[in-house]
Design a protein. Structure first.
Ligand code: ALA
Length: 523
């Protein structure tokens, strides 16, 4: 289980294989921005406010710093090993199969549940838009049922049954992915423009107002900084652990390395470029939200703040009244714009999110299918999953499996909880990548590093500590789900992957897959 897949073998398999190299640096940065700006900023701003009040600005900074540190580590590995599979592939080469498996397993939380979270965020916007034109969908079909299960599954609302819009968008995206990557990337570029425009409009209408309301920034940290050791999941660190979701997705760039032209140069540009652009936008948006509208947490009847996204919060008198506070909204930015005197622009921001969020679902599901694809190619998951469609050249079986998982989670769980589950997997993967980059500096000193993480022995440990602190700052449901998920993964590995692994069986290149990839039956 400690066997590694050699870097040379990884590169050789990639050379031979099957996905088209079609992405350049601009497309790749757009891929990054397309994957990053989404539900986090458009929706979870409300969750962050309930956890930290105006202190959520600090949460954006903390989460952004942790992501930037992880991105620097990612870039070194992505430029050295420019193949599909991102954190999973790197871990296989550096820390061995068991760690790689656990990372790949955690990436299912990141990508699949992340895609579900964004699909639910999309649902909030389409429901809001339809409401604004007088079309009210039945409540039961817009939220999941109230769930409280064993301390690791929590969510839903009174009277909810399933989130139908979220299921529909997932089905549409799955279809696009089966049709093909190239089309998807071009589609993505147009939608990135829509998102950037919406955020820019939001900043233009709210930031000037913010200067007139300095009192909205007081008290700045009504729930303190939070304590990673008490599992409450609130305060600035609790908000950072959730809002971290707003930055996730830049690693989709490295996941697409195998489909990138000149990946040695273009992958680091795509990763770091997209992260920088997003951070600037987020801080301006957060400042605008707080200053123009206010972002204080909502207190329950007992004077204690509601749990973010709790059924009681949505049922409270303040949330059911008109002009509800930010923390009640499932379409935070559209809501704030409407409430500060721009109903039309608010609806347009909602429309922009409705148009653009499916691209985030698409990118996260794209990441998931590529990770699954490589894991199946390596023999850790059943081979049949990695079948490539003869006409579209896409891993269609795995895409449909992924779509089904994403749709089920989106149907029944709320956005905030899904995002937190997703973050638990992402933080684990980022931590492992940051560890891997240091190990590789010792074990493979001489290999060319087109991008070198600066001050790696300072920045990589900081990235690891940052990931750990954010992980511990998640609420207890998310941490418990992560532990249970990991335990299931271990059982699966020792009963399947351990025995079926290509590396164990002594062939590092997968000949049958290359045959499948060309659409020909294996010889
Ligand atoms: N960062 C992406 C989002 O916020 C996943 O939707």
């Amino acid at each position: 289980m400690w066997r590694v897949k050699s870097l040379d073998a990884i590169m050789a398999t990639a050379e031979k294989k099957s996905l088209k190299r079609s992405l350049g640096p601009v497309q790749l940065t757009l891929l990054g921005i397309g994957a990053v700006i989404g539900t986090g900023i458009f929706v979870l701003t409300a969750t962050a406010a309930q956890k930290a009040g105006p202190g959520m600005m600090m949460a954006f900074v903390v989460a952004g710093i942790v992501c930037a540190l992880a991105a620097l580590c990612y870039s070194e590995l992505a430029s050295m090993v420019p193949v599909a599979g991102s954190a999973y592939t790197y871990s296989y080469a550096v820390m061995g199969e068991l760690v790689a498996w656990l990372v790949g397993w955690a990436l299912i939380l990141e990508y699949a549940l992340g895609a579900s979270a964004v699909a639910v965020g999309w649902s909030g916007h389409i429901v809001g838009l339809l409401d604004s034109i007088g079309l009210h969908l039945p409540h039961a079909l817009t939220v999941g049922p109230k769930i409280e299960f064993g301390g690791f599954l929590r969510g839903g609302e009174e009277g909810g049954f399933m989130n139908l819009p979220a299921v529909i968008v997932t089905a549409l995206v799955t279809t696009l992915l089966v049709i093909g990557t190239k089309e998807s990337a071009q589609f993505n570029a147009a939608l990135v423009a829509v998102k950037i425009t919406a955020l820019a409009v939001f900043i233009l209408i709210t930031v000037p107002l913010a200067f007139g309301h300095p009192a909205n920034f007081q008290p700045f940290t009504p729930r303190g900084w939070g304590n990673p050791l008490d599992s409450s999941g609130v305060g600035v660190l609790g908000a950072a652990a959730s809002i971290f979701f707003a930055y996730v997705g830049f690693d989709a760039v490295s996941t697409a390395a195998e489909e990138t032209k000149n990946p040695q140069r273009n992958v680091p540009i795509g990763l770091i470029g997209s992260l920088l652009i997003c951070t600037v936008f987020y801080l301006l948006v957060a400042g605008g939200v707080i200053g123009a509208y206010g972002a204080q947490p909502l207190l329950g009847p007992d004077g204690v703040p509601f749990a973010p996204g709790a059924p009681e919060l949505y049922a409270s008198a303040q949330c059911t009244a008109e002009h509800a506070p930010l923390v009640c909204s499932k379409e935070a930015l559209a809501h704030v714009a409407r409430e500060v005197g721009h109903p039309l622009l608010g609806n347009l921001i909602g429309l922009a999110a409705t148009i653009a969020l499916p691209s985030v679902v698409l990118l996260m599901m794209f990441g998931q299918t590529r990770v699954f694809f490589v894991m199946a190619r390596d023999g850790l998951l059943p081979k049949g999953l990695s079948a490539v469609h003869s006409r579209f050249r896409t891993p269609w079986v795995i895409t449909i499996v992924t779509g089904t998982v994403v749709a089920i989670a989106a149907a029944f769980l709320p956005v905030g909880q899904l995002a937190d589950y997703s973050n638990s997997g992402t933080l684990f993967a980022f931590g492992m990548v940051s560890l891997g980059v240091m190990i590789l500096r010792f074990t493979d000193k001489n290999r060319a590093r087109p991008f070198k993480t600066p001050m790696v022995f300072v920045l990589a440990p900081l990235a690891i500590v940052g990931c750990l602190v954010l992980f511990l700052s998640l609420n207890k449901e998310s941490k418990n789900l992560f532990y249970i998920w990991t335990a299931i993964g271990l059982v699966f590995y020792f009963s399947y992957g351990f025995w079926r692994s290509n590396v164990r069986r002594g062939f590092e290149e997968d000949v049958p897959l290359d045959d499948t990839a060309t659409g020909q039956p294996p010889a």
